[in-house]
Design a protein around this ligand. Structure first.
Ligand code: PEP
Ligand code: MN
Length: 357
C-alpha cells in the first residue's frame, strides 16, 4: 500500500500518518518527492485497511501497489533518486550518483598493495573519477586465488580518500566484512554473487552508508529490483544498481552486457543505475566501446577496472584498462555525455582532503 499525501501536507501530518501505520504494526517509509510525499507501507501480510488512513488530514489517496517491488518503484517515488555524498571539505562540492553529473567509478579489481593502489588512484583521479573502487574482500571462484588484503586493503583505500578526495566503494562479502566496509568506505558494494544473499541484503539495509548493488549473473529485471527492495525495506533508501553482464551462450565475452536493462530499470524504478563494462565483457578492448554505449543509453555512471600493470594483476588483469586507455575513455565519454544532456566531472575535480588544511 502507498499513502499519497497532498502537495500542501505538512511535516506534522506526514509524521502522524507514519505513526498511525507503525501503530497498526506495519513499517512506514516516508519518501519525499518534488511534488508531494508518498509513504510506502511494508510488513503487512494481507491488505491494509485503508479507510482510517484515507481520512487522516493531509492524505490525498491510499493506493494498492500491485507490483511485487514497492519502495524501488516509480509509483512510490516518481522523481529520480539522487544519492548525495558530502564534499571532502567545506569548500568542495558534493558528489552525487543519479543527478546530471555521471558518476565515474574507477580503480583496480583488487587492492594488492599500497604502491599499486596509489599508482592507479593518482591516474584515475587525474582523469576525472570521483569514486575509487578496489576489492579488499574478493569473492573468487577458486579458494586458492588471491582473496584480498582484508582490513589492510580498507585502510589503504581510506588513505587514498584522504590523499585524493575520491569517495571509496568496496565490496562486502559477508556480515563480518560488511561491518568493516561500513566503517571505512563511502559506499558498500554488494557483488553479483551475493545479489540474492538475502540476509546480507538486509544487513546492508540497516547500514548507514549507500549501497551499490550489482546484478546477479542470471538475474531477471524483477529479481534485480527485488534485491534492491530487500535493502530499502530495512530503511536504507540510498541504493544504486549496477549492470555487470549476465551469463549467456555467447562466449566471445566473459558475460553479455545487457544495456537494455538501463532504460528498463529507469522506466520502473527511481533508483540510479551504473554500468560495469569491465566484468560485462571481460576484455580490455571492449571496455571503451561499451562505456560509450552505456553513456549513450542513459546510464547514470560507469564502473571501470584500471590497473597500472594489468599483465601482473592478481585478479581481472585481462579486463583492466591501462591508465592511458582510461584517459581516452574519459575523453570519449565526455563527448557522448554532452549529447545526452549529462556532464562528466572535470579532470581531477575531487579535491584532496589534505590540501584543504
Ligand atoms: C567486482 O566489482 O570486483 C566484482 C567482483 O564484480 P561482480 O560482483 O560484478 O562480479
Ligand atoms: Mn574484478
Amino acid at each position: 500500500m502507498l499513502v499519497v499525501m497532498q502537495a500542501q501536507a505538512t511535516e506534522d501530518q506526514v509524521r502522524a500518518v507514519c505513526q498511525k501505520i507503525e501503530s497498526l504494526g506495519y513499517r512506514a517509509h516516508s519518501m519525499p518527492g518534488a511534488q508531494r510525499t508518498a509513504i510506502g507501507i511494508t510488513g503487512n501480510k494481507s491488505e491494509v485497511e485503508s479507510g482510517t488512513l484515507e481520512e487522516m488530514p493531509g492524505v490525498q489517496e491510499v493506493i494498492r501497489v500491485t507490483k511485487p517491488y514497492k519502495l524501488v518503484s516509480r509509483d512510490t517515488k516518481p522523481d529520480n533518486t539522487i544519492i548525495k555524498f558530502p564534499a571532502a571539505h567545506a569548500n568542495g562540492s558534493p558528489v552525487t550518483i543519479g543527478g546530471p553529473a555521471l558518476a565515474i567509478v574507477a580503480g583496480p579489481c583488487a587492492i594488492e598493495n599500497r604502491d599499486q593502489a596509489f599508482a592507479v588512484a593518482e591516474r584515475v583521479h587525474r582523469a576525472g573519477a570521483q569514486f575509487f573502487r578496489g576489492g579488499a574482500y574478493k569473492p573468487r571462484t577458486s579458494p586458492y586465488s588471491f582473496q584480498g588484503l582484508g582490513e589492510e586493503g580498507l585502510r589503504i583505500m581510506a588513505d587514498i580518500r584522504q590523499q585524493f578526495g575520491m569517495k571509496i566503494i568496496t565490496e562486502a562479502i559477508d556480515h563480518e566484512s560488511l561491518d568493516l566496509v561500513e566503517e571505512y568506505a563511502d559506499m558498500i558494494q554488494i557483488g553479483a554473487r551475493n545479489m540474492q544473499n538475502f540476509s546480507l541484503l538486509k544487513r546492508a539495509g540497516r547500514a548507514r552508508k549507500p549501497v551499490l548493488l550489482k546484478r546477479g549473473m542470471s538475474a531477471t529485471l524483477e529479481e534485480f529490483l527485488m534485491a534492491a527492495e530487500y535493502i530499502m525495506s530495512e530503511g536504507n533508501y540510498n541504493v544504486a544498481l549496477c549492470e555487470r553482464g549476465v551469463r549467456t551462450f555467447a562466449d566471445h565475452t566473459r558475460n553479455t552486457l545487457d544495456l537494455s536493462v538501463v532504460p528498463a530499470v529507469q522506466r520502473l524504478s527511481h533508483l540510479p543505475i551504473l554500468v560495469d563494462p569491465s566484468h560485462g565483457t571481460g576484455k580490455r578492448n571492449k571496455v571503451t566501446p561499451l562505456s560509450r554505449a552505456a553513456v549513450a543509453v542513459g546510464a547514470d555512471g560507469l564502473m571501470v577496472e584500471v590497473h597500472n600493470q594489468p599483465d601482473q594483476a592478481m585478479s581481472d588483469g585481462p579486463q583492466s584498462l591501462f591508465p592511458d586507455q582510461f584517459d581516452t575513455l574519459m575523453e570519449q565519454v565526455r563527448q557522448i555525455a554532452a549529447v545526452v544532456g549529462r556532464t562528466v566531472p572535470a579532470i581531477g575535480v575531487s579535491e584532496p582532503v589534505a590540501a584543504s588544511k
